[in-house]
Design a protein around this ligand. Structure first.
Ligand SMILES: Nc1nc2c(ncn2[C@@H]2O[C@H](COP(=O)(O)OP(=O)(O)OP(=O)(O)O)[C@@H](O)[C@H]2O)c(=O)[nH]1
Ligand SMILES: [Mg+2]
Length: 311
C-alpha cells in the first residue's frame, strides 16, 4: 500500500489521510495499522489534561518548541470529545496560536467524536500509533480534563501532565473530579495570576493525606504564554520517564494500557461481527422466535449467536 510507505517516510499529507481513515473507522485504517504495527513503539507519548482554558495548547506549543529546537520530531493530537461537530473549527483555533506549528515541522491534528462511544479513544490511540510509525519522537495528547472518557484517553500516555490554574477553584475541582489521580506531574499554569503558592500547598496537603500515597508527584509553576517554566516541565517529564524506564514501571504501564486497549478492540470487533455481519439481523430474529416458542432460553440463544458470529 502506497499510503503505508508514505506514512513511514513521514509525509504529513499521508499521515493526515491515514488518521482520517482510522477516525472514520474505515477498514483501510485497520489495514494500515496491520501493515505498520512492527514500526510502532519508539515514540514517547505525553498526555496533557486540565480544565478548559487552563493553557494546555499554549503549554504543548511551548514544549514542542523546546523539543523541536533540539531536533525532536513532535506531533500534537488534540482530542475534543465534548463537541462532535466542531472538530474543524477547533483545529483552526488550535493552529492559529501555534508557534511551533508555524515552523512547519510539528504535526498537529484535532480529533473529534464520530459515532459510537469509545470510538474516540480507540481512534486517538490508532492515530498515535500511525504518528509513532511515521517517526515522530514525541507525541502530545491534549484532552480537556472533564469526564471519564478524557481520563481514559490520558491513560494511553507514558506520562500524564495535569495543568491547573490558581484561579477558579481548579484545585478543589481537580481533587473532586479524579483528575489528580491520573497525574504523574502537576503544572500550575497562569502562575502570573497569583495564588500559585496557595494551590501548590493545597495540592501537597491533599497528596500527603493519601490522595496519591505511593508516589511523589512533582508540582511545577508555569506561565505557558511567556514560556516560563516550560523547559523545566520538559526536563521533569524526561526525568520521570528515565526513572520509570529504570524501574520497569514504564513497560509495565504500556503493557497494562495495551491489555485495556486489546479488550476494547476485541469487544468492538465482536460487536461488529455480531450485529453488523452478514445475515446478522436474520439470525437475531430467528433466535428471538426460538425463545418465544420455548425451544431455548435467552442465554442459550445469545451464546449460540456469539458462536455463529465468531465462526
Ligand atoms: N495569564 C496567562 N494566560 C495564559 C497562560 N497560559 C496560557 N494563557 C492564555 O490562556 C488562554 C487559553 O489558553 P489555551 O492554551 O488555549 O488553553 P487550553 O487549556 O488549551 O484551552 P482548551 O483547549 O479550550 O481547553 C489563552 O488566551 C492563552 O494565551 C499563562 O501562563 N498566563
Ligand atoms: Mg486547547
Amino acid at each position: 500500500m502506497a499510503l503505508a510507505d508514505e506514512v513511514l517516510r513521514g509525509s504529513f499529507h499521508a499521515i493526515g489521510k491515514a488518521i482520517s481513515l482510522v477516525e472514520n473507522g474505515a477498514p483501510e485504517g485497520r489495514d494500515l495499522l496491520e501493515r505498520l504495527h512492527a514500526r510502532v513503539g519508539d515514540s514517547l507519548r505525553i498526555g496533557l489534561t486540565g480544565p478548559p482554558g487552563v493553557g494546555k495548547s499554549t503549554a504543548v506549543d511551548e514544549m514542542a518548541a523546546v523539543l523541536r529546537a533540539r531536533g525532536e520530531k513532535v506531533a500534537v493530537v488534540a482530542v475534543d470529545p465534548t463537541s462532535p461537530f466542531s472538530g474543524g473549527a477547533l483545529l483552526g483555533d488550535r493552529i492559529r496560536m501555534s508557534k511551533a506549528a508555524g515552523a512547519g515541522d510539528v504535526f498537529m491534528r484535532s480529533m473529534a467524536t464520530r459515532g459510537e462511544s469509545g470510538g474516540l479513544a480507540r481512534a486517538t490511540q490508532d492515530a498515535v500509533d500511525l504518528l509513532d510509525a511515521s517517526g515522530r519522537t514525541f507525541i502530545f495528547i491534549e484532552t480537556v480534563g472533564v469526564g471519564q472518557s478524557e481520563i481514559e484517553v490520558s491513560r494511553a500516555a507514558d506520562c500524564v501532565i495535569v495543568l491547573l490554574s490558581p484561579e477558579s477553584g481548579d484545585g478543589v475541582q481537580a481533587m473532586k473530579s479524579g483528575l489528580l489521580e491520573v497525574a504523574d506531574i502537576v503544572a500550575i499554569n497562569k502562575a502570573d495570576r497569583g495564588g500559585a503558592d496557595r494551590l501548590e500547598h493545597d495540592l501537597r496537603t491533599a497528596f500527603e493525606l493519601g490522595l496519591r500515597p505511593r508516589r511523589e508527584i512533582p508540582i511545577l509553576a508555569t506561565q505557558a504564554n511567556a514560556g516560563i517554566g516550560i523547559p523545566e516541565l520538559v526536563a521533569t517529564v524526561e526525568a520521570f520517564v528515565f526513572a520509570r524506564k529504570a524501574s520497569g514501571a514504564f513497560q509495565e504501564r504500556r503493557r497494562l494500557g495495551m491489555e485495556d486497549r486489546l479488550r476494547k478492540i476485541a469487544e468492538f470487533l465482536v460487536q461488529k461481527d455480531l450485529w453488523g455481519g452478514e445475515g446478522a439481523p436474520e439470525r437475531v430474529k430467528e433466535a428471538a422466535e426460538r425463545v418465544l416458542r420455548r425451544e431455548n432460553s435467552p442465554y442459550g440463544c445469545a451464546r449460540a449467536l456469539i458462536r455463529e458470529a465468531l465462526r
